[in-house]
Design a protein. Sequence first.
Length: 546
Amino acid sequence: MTDFAGVPDAPQSSDLPLIQSLAADLAAVRYTVDGVADFLGESAAAALGRDQLVPAVLRCREEAAKENPAPVSVLIRLWLAGEEVEAAPLDAALPRTGTRGLLALGLVESVPDGGLRAAVDLRPYEIDDDADGTNLWVASDLGAHQRPGVLRHDHVLGIGQASLSLAQLTIRRPVQRALDLGTGCGIQAFHLLRHVRHVTATDISERALAFTRFNLLLNAGALDLNPQRLADRVELRAGSLLEPVAGEQFDLVVSNPPFVITPRPRSEDPEDRFTYRDGGLAGDEIVATLVRSLQGALVPGGTAQMLGNWEIQDSDLPYSESPETQESGSPNWSERIESWLPAETDAWVIQREILEPAEYAEMWLRDAAENRNRAEYLASYAAYLEDFASRGVLAIGFGSIFLRRRLAPDAVPLRRFEEITHPLEQPVGPHLGAAVERFDWLAAHPSLAEAYLEVADDVTEERHSRPGAEHPGVILLRQGAGLRRTNLMSTELTGFVSASDGELSVGQIIGALAVLLDRPEPEFAAGLEAEVRNLVLDGFLVPAAN
């Protein structure tokens, strides 16, 4: 099987006219993000976004009691709330497709009392990276909040927070070839098709690839795909990690890999893994493997962006510390990640969250509804703690990784590791791309003496002083966009920024400040220029437009 059109227990995608009829039906009843929100109302729609179904169910039941209920209410009850529905209202809501067509596509299943229930989660999704937005529909497996019980081990994840985060942080530029590694339901591939000529989507799960194929065909019009020639723009391949694309190179790789750190019992059966989150390797080795090997899948200058977990072990403590004295300092979480990087790979790692081992175990046991059985929950929880203890894990970090295959081995390396836990502007991808461009601009300008800079449009200054004080004790620069950084300013740096309007060169401003503050210029100039370079890198200052 190479086209994944007829994988069992997954949407069927061999009947193209039937899929096109379904797309027309869904559009006709406004089964879209806006259409669902308009029907439910603000409060119920917000609750549904938190996987709280009751307000939406109550609104739909109220509608069902009417003589002519809104067709969209039937679809919300069926696919979003996981409720049983009758065939007659479903036939009325989707006249081109009908219940017979939905059964043939594997989107619903019959129940003993003659009704129908969802076999998948089919929900609206909007790509809003342009003025108009693009309405899509995405099929995935039902979640535990829609269908009680532990998730199936080959569960195909839908549109979750992690997948949305990756879509928002991806730097988007027109390129020829991209790889979506671990495509799942295909959400990253949909975004890639907006700016990439050809996408290769891989997954270890054939069910996941079947969902992706169905979703691509259902949204063929919006994604500018020819359903008869899908491979012209998208190719689906089964396999683990980079095996399906061995020897090939891409301009861009994106991946939300199965990075969840999971205990590896001696009697482990691969069939018992939750394949959507567990890559089958011990600890954080799946992330380490990708960081080590992705350079080989990139063209020179090509980039990769991924999400990941990494362990923060007691060995990451400064050499003078031990776990017993770790309060005196925090582990250097970045050293392990940096040790994975090939010499010619640029990297920018942003740690967004840190969890203790117990918190981590609780989160992922709850994720798959494994907390429903007390005995199994206790055993699994204990296994997590024992596994982390065996490697001296103090905490687990989560965040994003940007990699780039350096164009020239002797080029200035980008190696940046930082922790940013506050909310960011979304999508943040354009800001990350601009930051990488500023790094390259700085690398091409080892001296800024002849450069002209100006303050970025989103930057504001904040001053704090004690009552009655003549001068402020603290001056801060704040970004209103992007990574929303805050920078504590020195007197001389404040003076430099105040004079940075694109009219004077960096060298001229520094020279004037050296005279004004009576500072020895060679040492003063070098120190201040280093601080100025950091402000450029962080986006507080930018090259002047003129």
